[in-house]
Ligand binder design. Structure first.
Ligand code: S3P
Length: 433
């Protein structure tokens, strides 16, 4: 088990990049593997989650060459995958498991998807139900629709599905199944979730139609192989954006980061909290990308809720830290999805923030945080959740004494190199050696 030791950091003055976007890296492999030829992916995130997706496709007969850590050549199989010899291990990755369900539902063979202890507790009925309506045969071996999942692939029929949750994983699983189904498939979501699948399908010359909150796709279309460049992950950038925003006098420039408007809610929240933010979109090819520049100030409290939630869902742990550092009472609501992430993030954040001396009230669908206090270093657990570990590490940069974050291996699922970057901001001490 690897623990991190963190101490108070000085104001940040830096220009950095962050590793590739996790959501986009998964999809870049999936779409390239289903397409009609070979394509190069650059900027790929070589994290455990994305490597689970890569290995899954290798098991399904897709040839993938790794030119280096972040550059892959994927030889697409035109949608004709081969039966896997063994169970496909999705590790900790909900995106791998849920999107693979959609892809495998139409393949004429049986496959079994397994995951680690955390993934095995996560709800899968949200994808099983709509895919079953399309004609898929998916059996959950765990209780109440939990993994492992056994998929007996076969022919699918398009559906018009209204999703009860604003989930890009659910939407994407249905759209990917619909690509191989008869007729048209549409998904209506209660709020806009991230739209990477739609944009990346369009990049591969399959154009879904979007009207309001409904996305429609005609089955039987073929994906064209096209090289793709994955931008940096704004969800990884989020840790440093908050660190810089909350330190008066800081200036941070993050280059080549994804700026898809369904993901940049964190910038809007930080602006409301008083931070000065410049967002410069440099390209909209495939996925919007560019630079974000942020200046630190004394942050002030805000309310985060409603339709903004899907846009900041992965950033809520680090926004809770921003709230702890902001003057006043911040309210986070309408976020009960946090309870079914890699861990129950509401419970985990509340417990860990309290360990630093933050006044937190846990509610059913969020939390209320009284910010602006003086905090002391704490010893906290990651709960096996990468975003909990990284968020607490950032709070350690603002706390007296030493902070210890225990059990941090989970960070390799999304941000290999996070701690090394943090140490560059904090400056190494003996205890960090
Ligand atoms: C993701 C969608 C979100 C997000 C997850 C990645 C994706 O999950 O929290 O980290 O890549 O589609 P939900 O679809 O469950 O909201």
């Amino acid at each position: 088990m690897t623990d991190w030791k963190i101490r108070r950091a000085p104001a940040i003055h830096a220009e950095i990049t962050v590793p590739g976007d996790k959501s986009i890296s998964h999809r870049s492999i999936m779409l390239a593997a289903l397409a009609n030829g070979s394509a190069q992916i650059t900027g790929f995130l070589p994290s455990e989650d994305c490597l689970s997706t890569m290995k899954a496709f290798q098991q399904l007969g897709v040839e993938i060459e790794r030119l280096d850590d972040t550059t892959l050549i994927v030889h697409g199989k035109r949608g004709n995958l081969t039966p896997p010899a063994e169970a496909i291990d999705c590790g900790n990755s909900g995106t791998t498991m849920r999107l693979m369900c959609g892809i495998l539902a139409s393949q004429p063979f049986r496959s079994r998807l397994i995951g680690d202890a955390s993934l095995s507790k996560r709800p899968m009925k949200r994808v099983i139900d709509p895919l079953t309506q399309m004609g898929a045969r998916i059996t959950a071996e765990g209780e109440n629709g939990r993994p492992p999942l056994v998929i007996e692939g076969g022919s699918l029929q398009g559906i018009a599905y209204t999703s009860p949750v604003a989930s890009a994983q659910v939407k994407s699983a249905i759209l990917l199944a619909g690509l191989f189904g008869k007729g048209s498939t549409s998904v209506t979501e209660p709020e806009q979730s991230r739209d990477h699948t739609e944009r990346m399908l369009a990049w591969h010359v399959v154009r879904p139609r979007k009207i309001g909150l409904t996305v429609t796709l005609l089955g039987g279309q073929h994906l064209e192989s096209r090289d793709f460049e994955v931008p940096g992950d704004i969800s990884s950038a989020a840790f440093w954006l908050v660190a810089a925003a909350a330190m008066p006098g800081s200036h941070l420039l993050i280059k080549n980061v994804g700026l898809n408007p369904t993901r940049t809610g964190i910038l809007a929240v930080l602006i409301r909290m008083g931070a000065q933010v410049n967002e410069i979109i440099e390209s909209t090819d495939g996925e919007p990308r560019g630079s974000v520049e942020i200046y630190g100030v004394e942050l002030k409290a805000t309310t985060i809720g409603g339709k903004e939630i899907p846009n900041v869902i992965d950033e809520l742990p680090i926004l809770a830290v921003a709230a702890a550092l902001a003057k006043g009472r911040t309210i986070i609501k309408d976020a009960k999805e946090l309870r079914v992430k890699e861990t129950d993030r509401i419970a985990a954040i509340a417990k860990n923030l309290r360990a630093f001396g933050v006044d937190v009230l846990e509610t059913e669908d969020g939390m209320e945080i009284e910010g602006g206090g003086k905090y002391h270093g704490a010893e906290v657990e990651s709960f096996g959740d990468h975003r909990i570990a990284m968020s607490c590490a950032v709070l350690g940069m603002f706390s007296d004494g030493h902070t210890v974050v225990r059990d941090t291996e989970c960070v390799n699922t999304s941000y290999p190199g996070f701690y090394e970057q943090l140490l560059r901001f904090v400056k190494p001490s003996k205890s960090n050696d």
